[in-house]
Design a protein around this ligand. Structure first.
Ligand code: NAD
Length: 499
């Protein structure tokens, strides 16, 4: 059985805890490796070494740090297929989707090549008589990234690239379900010139996460995962005086107005609802057509499209639409929620339960399901299903559809399909959700904007990547400087305006 270790000081290091977690191939259901779960002592030792390595890295000029990112971007491109294959083997997503996972992470690395421009700080000469003010953006020291299973390349890259280019050292704790991609990325970073110890990949579960949160040297924690864990991490990190940005779960709605292009809306819903088996924080899981005529027209278009979806292992070729879900527990939970939808009175139009794939009977496959007449009191509406299940909630007006989204606990992404610019503008202005698509189903912003949800989808006040990342991973120091011309006037004791 293959063992997956930690990556400390530029090389693979065996864990000492004797505790492991199974890493599955979700397509076959087989355990393909065991990943070491670190102890608090292992984490503390990794942090100590990271802190030592950070001193020289933080003092390296930004242009040189940016060059490491430039080389890293080239190496990611060179290794794209290898990274995607590794990722698919542990996660189950199709190869084209896995390449997209790497690509959207790579784009953040590309923005980090321009880091020196983001790290310049501010300057004002003659803010008072003979007084100049300037602010510097300085690295925090050692920071941590804790990432989920569903984007094994993209989210670690969203964490590590900005943190490192700002001059920090990072402890990365990837998902124990898909750890290998992060280890590969760490090796590529070394090849790109990152000094040993500046990035430490420490594998583990709650034990190591708690050790991160309680470690006094770690200055900031960037987390992505489910809402209950995001809220927990935010609270404990803040109590311990750390900066924290914690991104959580989602329930993303798409409004379909009567004037929308229905075929385009149906295509978008199928891709955004079922791509990656619905295991995306930006998946559309709720369709909200306005008016029964729109709802009926949508169902008529969705059913054949959903029934034609090809579900299979990533090895079956590029025409597979989505793969298995991550674990047997995830599969059983999704099927349980579909059962609850039926019990609570929703209309199951396409039934993905009991999906069976010949030759892959032990894989964690779930077929696609479509519900109509879902209401907000049902568990399938309230829970983030994180599986290939699309729910249609019928609204009778635009205001009712908007109100539904406004009242939902989550606020990650949302979308509207309409031909009317006025409705689209009103929606974008009013909706209390962080990322909005207009005739666009998965509005993950490009890497020079920022990514973040509202409400229970994010805790903390800065978004991931883009300009916010440079603010999150640096602290500001502001200097007020005066140079006397050789004459000492004596001290000033009153706190006064600079006049
Ligand atoms: P998860 O919350 O189970 O795990 C995320 C990380 O937290 C992992 O590294 C895991 O080891 C750790 N963890 C798990 N339980 C913990 C505990 N009790 N104490 C401390 N640490 C713990 O999430 P997941 O299942 O890996 O990922 C799916 C979730 O992530 C979904 O809810 C999805 O919406 C969300 N997600 C959000 C975003 C976003 O940007 N908002 C992006 C991707 C995924």
């Amino acid at each position: 059985m293959q063992e997956i270790h930690h990556y400390i000081d530029g090389s693979e290091v065996k864990g000492t805890s004797g505790r492991f977690s199974d890493v599955y191939n979700p397509a076959t259901g087989e355990v393909q490796a065991k990943v070491s779960l670190a102890t608090k002592a292992e984490l503390d030792a990794a942090v100590e070494k990271a802190a030592a390595a950070q001193v020289a890295w933080g003092a390296t000029n930004p242009q040189r740090r940016a060059r490491v990112m430039m080389k890293f971007a080239a190496l990611i491109n060179e290794n794209m297929d290898k990274l995607a294959e590794t990722l698919s083997r542990e996660h189950g997503k199709t190869l084209p989707d896995a390449r997209g996972d790497v690509q959207r992470g790579l784009e953040v690395v590309e923005v980090c090549i321009g880091a020196p421009a983001m790290l310049k700080g501010e300057y004002m000469n003659d803010g008072g008589p003979g007084i100049d003010l300037y602010s510097m953006r300085q690295a925090l020291g050692v920071v941590a990234g804790i990432t989920p299973f569903n984007f094994p390349a993209m989210i670690p890259l969203w964490k590590m690239a900005p943190a490192l280019v700002c001059g920090n050292a990072m402890i990365l704790k990837p998902s124990e379900r898909c750890p290998t991609t992060s280890l590969m990325l760490a090796e590529l970073l070394k090849e790109a010139g990152l000094p040993d110890g500046v990035l430490q990949v420490v594998n583990g579960d709650k034990e190591v996460v708690d050790a991160i949160l309680d470690n006094d040297t770690i200055q900031a924690v960037g987390f992505v995962g489910s809402t209950p864990i995001a809220q927990y991490i935010y609270g404990r990190a803040a109590t311990n005086g750390k900066r924290a940005q914690c991104f959580g779960g989602a329930k993303n709605h798409m409004i379909i107005m009567p004037d929308a292009d229905m075929d385009k809306a149906a295509d978008a819903l199928v891709g955004a609802g079922f791509g990656a088996a619905g295991e995306r924080c930006m998946a559309i899981s709720v369709a909200v057509p306005v008016g029964d005529k729109t709802a009926d027209a949508l169902i008529e278009r969705l059913v054949p499209r959903i029934e034609a979806l090809k579900v299979g292992p990533y090895t079956a070729g590029d025409d597979v639409d989505f793969g298995p879900v991550i674990t047997a527990q995830a599969r059983d939970r999704i099927n349980g929620l579909v059962n609850s939808g039926v019990d609570q009175g929703a209309n199951l139009v396409v039934d993905g339960r009991d999906f069976n794939l010949q030759g892959y009977e032990n894989g964690f496959f779930v077929g696609p399901s479509l519900f109509d007449n879902v209401t907000p009191d049902m568990d399938i509406y309230k829970e983030e299903i994180f599986g290939p299940v699309l729910s249609q909630v019928r609204a009778q007006s635009y205001d009712e559809a908007l109100d539904l989204i406004m009242k939902n606990n989550y606020g990650n992404g949302t979308s509207i399909y309409t031909a009317d610019g006025d409705t689209a503008r009103d929606f974008a202005a009013k909706v209390n959700v962080g990322m909005v698509g207009i005739n666009f189903p998965i509005p993950v912003p490009l890497s020079y904007f920022t990514f973040g949800g509202w409400k229970k989808s994010a805790f903390g006040d800065l978004n991931q990547y883009g300009p916010d990342a440079f603010r999150f991973y640096t602290k500001t120091k502001t200097v007020t400087a005066r140079w006397f011309s050789g004459i000492k006037d004596g001290g000033e004791f009153a706190f006064k305006a600079m006049d």
